[in-house]
Ligand binder design. Structure first.
Ligand code: SAM
Length: 248
């Protein structure tokens, strides 16, 4: 998968994306990251990329020209050399809220261009003409789109086949099945007088699987009951939840 990022601060990358699993995905080329410095397309001798907002008010707005030129540059670096159908994703607090479903949709793409905004955001005409998707990492405002872009890229990259290793990797993670994941334990079996649940030491995989599913249901009911309405549950699972007080 090829990912282009348009940013005023390319030195922030790869940052945390350069470490561990995603770092290896970048090193091996399973995920390719291309950085496009917005400043390279700034206007005039001072390479200006922003200006005050029409109508007044505080803060600066990223200008349309440099953004459009950066998108064009990214498109020329695309697999097809000038592909115009590559999605252009604007990181924006006003965008679609990032969830695992949104991540999975983007993880199926072979290429995308991501814009990291700054200041008051970007000129609306670019949003309307050139941006194809807008993604928010949550209902709060950060100073710039670089951290949101990294969150987005990390979430997508770990869904790209081969990045996490085995085919089943990630399938038990929270949200993958629509539920939160069960609790996890590791050695020692007793830590500060507290033993791990006995069933996990039983070696009985069927019982362990059942226990994990029940714990997953319980956690989801306690922490995110809203998720239960969107999951296909088996009859025993519904019954289990009802006994815990779930009202579907
Ligand atoms: N004035 C804008 C507004 O009120 O909607 C916020 C601009 S914010 C200070 C600057 C940039 O940071 C945005 O253009 C966007 O790229 C990025 N950003 C900030 N918060 C974000 C979020 N929750 N999700 C995605 N991107 C965000």
């Amino acid at each position: 998968m090829k990912i282009h990022v348009i940013t005023l601060f390319p030195d922030l990358f790869p940052g945390p994306l350069g470490e561990s699993i995603i770092g290896r995905a970048l090193d091996s080329g399973v995920v390719e990251l291309y950085l496009h410095n917005l400043r390279d397309h700034g206007e005039g001798p001072h390479k200006v990329v922003d200006d005050t907002a029409f109508g007044g008010g505080p803060g600066m707005v990223l200008k349309a020209g440099p953004l459009a030129a950066s998108i064009e540059e990214a498109r020329h670096g695309t697999a097809g050399g000038g592909r115009s159908d590559v999605p252009v994703v604007l990181m924006d607090p006003q965008g679609e809220r990032l969830t695992q479903q949104v991540v999975d949709r983007f993880a199926g793409l072979d290429e995308m261009i991501i814009i990291a905004g700054r200041y008051e955001g970007i000129d609306e005409r670019v949003r309307q003409r050139l941006v194809t998707h807008e993604v928010s990492i949550g209902d709060y405002v950060l100073t710039g789109g670089e951290l949101p872009a990294m969150v987005f890229i990390e979430a997508i990259a770990r869904r790209v086949p081969g990045v996490l290793g085995g085919e089943d990797s990630g399938k038990a993670d929270s949200f993958a099945s629509g539920l939160l994941q069960h609790p996890q334990y590791t050695r020692p079996a007793v830590w500060e007088d507290e033993a791990v649940p006995e069933i996990l030491l039983s070696g009985d995989h069927a019982r362990v699987d059942r226990w994990r599913r029940e714990q997953s249901l319980l956690r989801t009911l306690q922490r995110r009951p809203d998720l239960l309405n969107s999951v296909d549950l088996l009859e025993w699972e519904r019954e289990f939840l009802r006994e815990l007080g779930w009202q579907s």
